[in-house]
Design a protein around this ligand. Structure first.
Ligand code: EPZ
Length: 412
């Protein structure tokens, strides 16, 4: 899927943030654990969710997706080997492993796909499952897991900060009477999952660096849950407005964006925010010095977007990526577009510039593709972006929302 974007964009208007991709994916998987129907609201219309729905339908669940609301009935849920092509297309399908272990004490699944931002191992997930009493082996890209010993209660420790491994360890341990997870990483999206699991009747609490689950009887009932807003989508439009015009971003929870928002304000960009709204204008700021880290520090998913924002900074900005080992694609695009930028391993130095020479770009992953869209909008003429389907994996209606702000974009 290629798009053609006119540079020199002057944007103005309001954007409504959609539901969070990284909350909706684990919550949709966890819906299979419900005793009764589940109604999910504010679900983003993105291809990762579409893929997950196709998998869940193949497990004999009834699932209806209307507007941004999903109704799931898992009454006839059946165990099947998860060898569907859809499992390979997204990374989040691996949350079905934890769900299957809790439901069936076994799982066979095609190893997950996902953005090419590093090797994306799942060793921490497998270590957690092993500690929970499961054996596993991988053959021809199929991961097979089965119970090796019955475990009643367990204290797990996740050796390295990992969103996915923490969530999967929790989902995989909900058949135990008691479970503790030390050093888990539950960012706002993981917290939304925990809130949802507690609505399903699980009994999960947190204190300091410890998550605690204690079994209790769960009753049959319809559970309703509204997915939190997507904090990365909201900041994507904030960066777009700081470079291209006046944008108001609504339906955003700015509490979970305090760190990146305050960086922008401290740098002098024209940005103000209230609890649920961000207002930005085309502006310049002092050079940025950013290092990605786990929540509540600077999110790795914003790194490629802030790289493009550095075009509107005075002097030399520095960005260091510490979470993923291969998430530096955007810097070569900046260099190709005439920006003075140097990259040494996972550290980039970017000089602000008033001239961006439009190029034809190729997206390598979801956030890189979104950053290329913004780079194309500030170019001096037309650009094309190929592989834009990556962006549709995680941004609900991004083309329509950006055109509504005044951008000239064509699907080729
Ligand atoms: C989740 O990825 C998100 N994806 C990512 O969003 C996000 O960037 C990331 O968390 C960090 O916030 C989903 O929620 C579907 P990790 P995840 O496990 O779970 C290494 C986006 O653009 N690691 O916290 O894969 C891993 O390689 C996507 O929306 C292991 O070594 O992230 C990475 O270097 C991109 N072994 C680091 O840990 C493991 O078993 C953090 O990864 C697992 C991870």
């Amino acid at each position: 899927m290629d798009i053609r974007v006119a540079g020199g964009a002057k944007l103005r208007g309001t954007v409504i943030t959609s539901g969070s991709k990284n909350a909706a994916i684990p919550i949709l998987c966890a819906s299979l654990l419900a005793k009764g129907k589940v109604l999910l609201r504010n679900v983003p219309r993105i291809s990762d969710i579409d893929n997950l729905i196709e998998i869940i339908k193949k497990l004999n669940c009834q699932i209806v997706f209307k507007g941004h609301t999903i109704l799931i009935d898992n009454t006839f849920l059946t165990y099947k080997p998860l060898l569907f092509e859809e499992c390979r297309k997204i990374r989040g399908s691996y949350y079905l492993i934890g769900v299957f272990l809790t439901l069936f004490a076994k799982c066979e699944i095609l190893l997950p796909g996902g953005c090419q931002i590093g090797s994306r191992p799942i060793d921490l997930h497998l270590k957690a499952f092993n500690d929970l009493g499961y054996d596993y082996h991988i053959e021809n890209d199929v991961l097979s897991i089965s119970k090796k010993q019955a475990i009643i209660s367990k204290a797990l420790k996740i050796e390295k900060k990992s969103v996915g491994a923490s969530i999967n360890a929790l989902l995989g341990g909900l058949s135990l009477d008691e479970l503790e997870i030390e050093n888990g990483l539950f960012e706002p999206e993981g917290m939304d999952l925990i809130n949802f699991l507690n609505k399903l009747g699980f009994n999960i609490t947190q204190s300091d660096n410890m998550l605690i689950y204690m079994r209790k009887e769960r009753d049959f009932k319809l559970v309703k849950h509204t997915i939190i807003p997507d904090r990365i989508e909201a900041m994507t439009y904030a960066v777009m407005g700081l470079l291209c015009g006046d944008i108001t971003i609504k339906k955003v929870d700015t509490k979970v964006l305090k760190y990146p928002l305050d960086i922008l304000i401290a740098s002098g960009f024209k940005l103000k925010y209230s609890d649920n709204e961000i207002i930005v204008s085309n502006s310049y700021g002092k050079a940025l010095n950013i290092k990605t880290d786990v929540y509540p520090l600077f999110p790795t998913d914003l790194q490629p977007l802030f790289a493009v924002l550095c075009v509107n900074t005075r002097g030399q900005s520095k960005i260091e990526e510490t979470v993923f080992e291969n998430r530096m694609h955007i810097y070569q695009d900046l260099i190709n577009s005439g920006i003075n930028c140097k990259v040494e391993k996972n550290i980039a130095i970017i000089e602000g510039s008033k001239n961006v020479v439009s190029q034809d770009y190729k997206a390598y992953d979801l956030r890189h593709g979104a950053a290329l869209l913004i780079l194309a909008l500030i170019g001096n003429k037309f650009s094309t972006i190929s592989n834009f389907e990556y962006v549709f994996r995680g941004y609900d209606d991004i083309i329509k929302k950006t055109i509504a702000l005044g951008a000239d974009i064509q699907m080729l």
